[in-house]
Design a protein around this ligand. Structure first.
Ligand code: SF4
Length: 360
C-alpha cells in the first residue's frame, strides 16, 4: 500500500499544496532555531491565533537566547501571563541558561543536545531542527497523529505504545530527501487546516486519492477515540484581604499549580457545606497559614475554569478588619498595592480578580 510510488506521490502533492496555501506566521518569516523553539513551546496546548501576539512580544523583548537567559524569571512569566501551562515558560528560561552555559549561547544543532534541554521532547527537537535547519527528522504531534491515523486507516487507539511506534516509523518513512522542514510544516498545516478532527475537508484535500479512510468513508471512526479523561470537580475560594489600600498576595511554591506566579490566598472548599461553614474553614486556614484573622464576606462572585483534569468553580471572598501580624510563611507572602499587583505575573483567574478590584 505505502510503496515508493505512493510516498513520492504523497510528498509531491503535499509540498505543492503547502507552497500555495501555507499561512503567514511570524515565526515563518525568519526561521532560526531560537525563534522556532519559542514558537513550538508556545504552540503546545495553545491555538495559533492566540500564540501570534505572545510570540511577537516575547521575541521583541528577548530577541536572543542570551537575552532570555539573563532575564528575571518574573519577567518571563509576566510575558507568558494568560498563555497557561506556566511550566513551559520556566523550562524555556532554564533551557536558555543551559544554552548560554554549555553551548556558548548558540542553540545546539545536534538532536541529542537539543533533546537534553528542559521541556524538549522528541517531537519538539525534531520540529526545531527540521524547520530551522532542514535536518531530516520526523515529527509526531496532535495534527499529524490524526492525519497519519487516517492515511494508514488505523482502526485502534493511536495513543497506544505500539501504535505510537508505528506512527513515528510512518512519519520517518515519509520524509523527503530535501525540504524536510517545509514537509513537516506541511503535514501539520494539512492536519490543522484540512484534516480536521470533526469535519475533514476531504473534497479539497490534496491527498484525497491516496487516503483509504476517505475512500472507505471512515473519517468519523478514525482516529479511534482514546478513553475519556475523568474530570474532577473542585470548589475553591480566593480571599481578597485589604488593609490600608494594600492587598495580601502570595507567591505559589514549588509543585503548586501556578508555581512562581502570584495569587490571592486560595483554598479548596468542601462541595457540600454551607457558606457559613466555608467562611469558618477559610478563616481557620488563613490564620494557620499567615497568622492573620479576618472578617469574611462572600462569596462576592464566582467563576468557572478548567486546569488539566480539574473543572473548578472559584469563589471570590472579601476579608476585612484584619487582626494579628503577618508571620513568615513557607512561600513569599506580602502586602501589595494594585499597581504592584499589575506588574506581578499571575494566573488567569488571579488576574481576573485583580482587574475586578481595579474597576469593580
Ligand atoms: S482525504 Fe480527508 S481524511 Fe484523508 S487525509 Fe485528506 S482530509 Fe484527511
Amino acid at each position: 500500500m505505502y510503496d515508493a510510488k505512493w510516498k513520492s506521490n504523497f510528498r509531491r502533492k503535499l509540498i505543492n499544496w503547502f507552497d500555495g496555501h501555507q499561512r503567514e506566521l511570524p515565526w515563518r518569516q525568519r526561521k532560526t532555531p531560537y525563534r522556532i523553539w519559542i514558537s513550538e513551546i508556545m504552540l503546545q496546548q495553545t491555538q495559533v491565533a492566540t500564540v501570534v501576539d505572545y510570540f511577537n512580544r516575547f521575541t521583541k523583548r528577548f530577541p536572543t537566547v542570551a537575552a532570555l537567559a539573563q532575564a528575571d524569571q518574573a519577567e518571563v512569566l509576566k510575558l507568558w501571563e494568560g498563555l497557561g501551562y506556566y511550566r513551559r515558560a520556566r523550562q524555556l528560561h532554564a533551557a536558555a541558561q543551559i544554552i548560554v552555559e554549555e553551548h556558548a549561547g548558540e542553540f545546539p544543532t545536534d538532536f541529542e543536545s537539543v533533546l537534553a534541554l528542559p521541556g524538549i521532547g522528541r517531537y519538539t527537537a525534531g520540529a526545531i531542527l527540521s524547520i530551522a535547519l532542514d535536518q531530516k527528522l520526523p515529527i509526531l504531534e496532535g495534527n499529524t497523529i490524526r492525519l497519519f491515523a487516517r492515511l494508514m486507516t488505523m482502526q485502534s487507539d493511536p495513543r497506544t505504545t505500539d501504535n505510537q511506534k508505528a506512527l513515528w516509523e510512518f512519519s520517518e518513512s515519509l520524509l523527503p530527501r530535501k525540504r524536510c522542514g517545509d514537509f513537516n510544516q506541511a503535514l501539520m498545516e494539512l492536519g490543522s487546516q484540512i484534516c480536521n478532527p470533526k469535519r475533514p475537508k476531504c473534497l479539497v484535500c490534496p491527498v484525497n486519492n491516496l487516503c483509504m479512510t476517505a475512500v472507505q468513508g471512515l473519517q468519523e471512526q478514525i482516529p479511534v477515540a482514546s478513553k475519556k479523561v475523568k474530570y474532577e470537580v473542585l470548589l475553591e475560594a480566593a480571599i481578597v484581604i485589604n488593609q490600608q489600600e494594600r492587598i495580601l498576595v502570595r507567591q505559589c511554591g514549588p509543585g503548586e499549580r501556578w508555581e512562581s506566579l502570584w495569587d490571592f490566598p486560595r483554598y479548596t472548599l468542601s462541595q457540600n457545606a454551607e457558606a457559613k461553614s466555608h467562611a469558618q474553614q477559610l478563616q481557620l486556614q488563613l490564620k494557620e497559614e499567615t497568622g492573620l484573622g479576618v472578617e469574611l464576606s462572600g462569596p462576592l462572585f464566582q467563576m468557572k475554569h478548567a486546569v488539566t483534569r480539574y473543572r473548578i468553580t472559584l469563589q471570590c471572598w472579601k476579608g476585612d478588619s484584619v487582626t494579628g501580624r503577618l508571620r513568615k510563611t513557607p512561600t513569599p507572602t506580602r502586602w501589595a498595592t494594585l499597581s504592584e499587583i499589575e506588574e506581578m505575573p499571575m494566573s488567569i483567574t488571579g488576574r481576573k480578580i485583580a482587574r475586578k478590584l481595579k474597576s469593580p
